[in-house]
Design a protein around this ligand. Structure first.
Ligand SMILES: [Zn+2]
Length: 203
């Protein structure tokens, strides 16, 4: 994917997720890998309103977090988490959003270290087709030191679960490309809302 194509895709995803309330108050960051080796990716700039992204808000960054293209803008402060995940897991796209339900479920499950989701149709969207499928979505502490946060997210990631929750902060979800990452993120967000509402109902 070219830088221009990635920028268009990230603007579109920002609009969609923004309308759903997943990127409040300029929070969240979205990226697409342009090149694996050496690493080069496109990412939303720091401080942008993600509902109104334009191609100039998407900057090109290298493995050191240096801006390769992007005018006067700085990359997202959480760029180091994206770099760490690209280097460890080699996804094609990483989506980080702050939704109400991912925040609620992260606080609710933090002491256990993971949110367990079992026997739900949408687990298929995460690649689990067995009838009794169960996954544990890890939750890590919201370290203020972003290098420490990046290492915690990387170390918590487990095979077959393309996302890690950060306590009272949000989720990092990823996939082999933007289509897969969006599908995974939507499945997670649906399942988190389902889990919270199930708990509210006392079921
Ligand atoms: Zn964040």
């Amino acid at each position: 994917m070219t830088y221009a194509e990635a920028a268009r895709t990230l603007c579109r995803l920002g609009r969609i997720f923004g309308e759903r309330g997943w990127l409040p108050a300029t929070s969240g960051n979205l990226s697409i890998r342009l090149q694996a080796n050496p690493l080069l990716f496109a990412i939303t700039r720091s401080g942008a309103d993600k509902q109104c992204l334009e191609p100039r808000d998407i900057i090109r960054v290298d493995a050191e977090g240096r801006v390769v293209d992007g005018g006067p803008y700085k990359p997202s402060a959480e760029t180091v988490v994206h770099i760490t995940l690209y280097q460890a897991l080699a996804p094609g796209c990483i989506l980080h959003v702050h939704s109400l339900y991912n925040n609620l479920v992260s606080e609710w499950a933090f002491e256990r270290g993971a949110v367990t989701i079992a026997r739900h149709e949408l687990l298929k969207a995460l690649g689990h087709w067995e009838e009794d499928a169960t996954i544990d979505v890890p939750v890590v502490e919201n370290f203020a030191d972003l290098d420490r946060l990046a290492a915690a997210v990387r170390d918590a990631a487990r095979p077959g679960v393309p996302g890690v929750l950060v306590r009272n902060h949000g989720i990092y979800a990823w996939g082999e490309d933007a289509f897969a990452a969006k599908r995974h993120l939507e499945a997670f967000e649906f399942l988190f809302e389902y889990v919270i509402k199930l708990w509210q109902l006392g079921l």
